[in-house]
Design a protein around this ligand. Structure first.
Ligand code: ATP
Ligand code: MG
Length: 414
């Protein structure tokens, strides 16, 4: 029986010059990881595509679905892999068109890449088109904008035939854009923000601030579920958890009520920046969206931002909540985020938070407690858990000593 393979298409973006091989090799590595447990036979570069074949010889729609979730994949087609045998690839074209669902019009599009095959594209159009017209006498050929296009690719002694493709998430392969630390709550926004920078090729290291020991650890569990939900994209290797409850209590006693949130956020961003430095990450990421809540006005964003020198990326800054929720559904984090959990943000909340903080008042509040000592202590008590979803994640090696000092990973290891 003719083999069925997944033919992976990627955008030309980022593929110029020397980048191209790096991009393709990374995508091959990431696809291997995403397809663990699927009895992959090989994942290899083939003339501007990546070809994935399976031990069974019969790639499935489920395998194509897994591939479509990997950043860098623009489209994936379940293709018939034929030899240079006219009878075989014409029969494959009939099957591919037969599986394409409802349609009225079609065309054949043939492409040859670096081949000595005697038939040229026009010959292939005529040959395969003729066979399809006979097999589907009630359907029409339409050269411009047909319902279905049957692709016939002749590459290095093989012919790939397919008629339908699944849209992928696009973007760039994780591992081609450096590392970021993302501030992850269990809400809707920050998982989406994390996924978005991961989709642009960044390895993501989320940091979650929990209200423990003043709250339960339920938000920590939700964050772990979020990491699991994002597994198909392969962008997270480690989650850090910072038990923040005690320090929030200290802050709430030291600073005016209306400035509590801004002060918590300044501490959170500073701790995240320290972790980013230890991890060798180049930027921080938050799920902020302009004006969404009190802490996300321009004044307050600026008042928080000034404590760090690293770039803070806010991929959702111009997004509406509905758009974010739709994306959360698509990436599988929506239902996890809709479960209410106390985290550090629900702890010691002021009745009336400041929406347009005056910077001198913020500085006065900041100096009302030993913020440097607090930040240092929080960094030294951080806990973490590793996953093997992201082949490009490298834990900070030079920091072995620091890691040994970490508290045992608490209930996060179970
Ligand atoms: P989200 O849905 O991501 O929780 P939100 O709409 O609840 O966002 P805020 O709570 O103001 O908005 O949080 C703004 C951003 O601050 C979040 O998107 C996230 O990046 C960060 N953040 C908030 N709470 C936490 C937390 N407990 N741990 C880590 N980061 C947090
Ligand atoms: Mg939140």
């Amino acid at each position: 029986m003719t083999q069925r393979v997944c033919l992976v298409h990627y955008h030309e973006i980022g593929l110029k010059g020397k980048n191209r091989a790096t991009f393709e090799n990374q995508l091959v590595k990431n696809l291997h990881r995403a397809l663990r447990g699927q009895s992959v036979d090989s994942v290899k570069r083939v003339s501007g595509h990546i070809l994935v074949s399976f031990a069974s010889g019969q790639a499935t729609d489920e395998q194509a679905r897994i591939i479509s979730q990997v950043p860098g994949v623009a489209r994936v087609s379940l293709a018939y892999l034929c030899g240079l045998n006219q009878g075989e690839y014409c029969a494959a074209a009939v099957r591919a068109l037969g599986e394409a669902g409802e349609f009225e019009t079609f065309k054949v599009h043939a492409r040859r890449s670096a081949t000595t095959y005697e038939l040229h594209t026009l010959d292939l159009h005529r040959l395969v088109g003729g066979v399809l017209c006979e097999a589907f006498p009630d359907k029409r050929v339409k050269m411009h904008d047909p319902d279905v296009t049957v692709m016939v690719l002749v590459v290095q002694g093989s012919v790939y035939v397919y008629a339908a493709s699944r849209i992928g998430v696009g973007g760039l392969p994780v591992g081609t854009a450096g590392k970021v630390v993302t501030l992850l709550s269990s809400g809707f926004d920050s998982p989406v923000a994390t996924w978005m920078v991961g989709r642009r090729g960044a390895v993501c290291v989320p940091v979650h601030f929990s209200g423990r020991p003043m709250t339960s650890d339920s938000s920590e569990w939700l964050c772990q579920d979020i990491v699991d939900a994002l597994a198909p994209a392969g962008l997270i290797g480690r989650l850090y958890v910072v038990p923040f409850g005690e320090k929030q209590r200290e802050i709430s006693l030291a600073v005016p009520q209306s400035l509590r949130i801004i002060t918590y956020r300044r501490v959170m961003l500073s701790v995240a920046e320290h972790i980013a430095e230890l991890e060798g990450a180049k930027a921080l990421v938050t799920g902020e969206s302009l004006g969404q809540v009190a802490s996300q006005t321009l004044d307050n964003i600026a008042a928080v931002n000034e404590v760090v020198s690293m770039p803070v990326l806010r991929p959702l800054i111009g997004s509406d909540k509905m758009e974010i929720m739709r994306r959360a559904e698509q990436i599988g984090t929506h239902d996890i985020s809709s479960q209410a959990a106390e985290d550090c943000c629900t702890l010691f909340m002021p009745r009336r938070p400041e929406t347009h903080a005056r910077i001198d008042a913020v500085h006065e509040a900041w100096d009302a407690f030993d913020h440097d000592a607090m930040i240092e202590e929080l960094v030294s008590t951080v806990e973490y858990r590793d996953w093997d979803y992201c082949p490009s994640y490298k834990p900070p090696k030079s920091l072995a000593a620091w890691h040994r000092e970490l508290l045992p990973a608490h209930d996060l290891t179970s």
